[in-house]
Ligand binder design. Structure first.
Ligand SMILES: [Zn+2]
Length: 169
């Protein structure tokens, strides 16, 4: 199968649509866009919210254009660890930081790729923003990059928890 080619970050609006509506002069989430484009991808292992260990997370909400790809990524990770929940826990993949989330980028007015539903975060506890030695497992990184997703762990300001179906400009 050929690797999907994702849009550049600057082309996200053209590719994924506009997740923003302007309400009384201020940017806000676009509920109509969310209804039209966001779908849930099943997580094959047992997972919880990174901010609340008692909150079970069964799905990630992402854009329909990258949902099938994310499903392949998660299944590939599950196979790569031999469908072993203990191994998933050990490498931090049972801790889910989130998928779609409408928000501006830190320190700027551009939208985060999470706003387009084309980004997911895992194991933020050990892969914090700015952490120069993120703990993300190589098999996880490979499963994502095999599908053309970009890992944030190698950026100038590393974001090791972050994977996105958008290329960096
Ligand atoms: Zn992220």
């Amino acid at each position: 199968m050929t690797k999907p080619v994702w849009p550049l970050q600057s082309q996200c609006k053209a590719f994924y649509g506009d997740p923003t509506s302007v309400i009384r002069g201020a940017p806000a989430p676009n509920a109509e866009w969310e209804r039209m484009h966001l779908v849930k991808v099943f997580i094959p292992w047992s997972a919880h919210a990174s901010w609340d260990k008692d909150l079970r997370i069964r799905t990630l909400r992402v854009h329909s254009k990258c949902a099938a790809s994310l499903e392949r990524v998660l299944n590939a990770i599950w196979e790569a660890v031999g469908r072993d929940q203990n191994e998933i826990d050990r490498i931090g993949m049972s801790s889910v930081g989130g998928g779609h989330n409408w928000r501006l980028m830190r320190g700027g007015n551009a939208l985060s790729t999470h706003s387009y539903g084309c980004a997911v975060d895992f194991d933020p506890e050990r892969n914090g923003l700015g952490d120069n030695s993120p703990a993300m497992d190589k098999r996880v990184i490979k499963a994502f990059t095999d599908e053309g997703w970009v890992w944030g762990g190698q950026w100038k300001r590393p974001d090791g928890m972050h994977f996105q179906a958008a290329r960096v400009d």
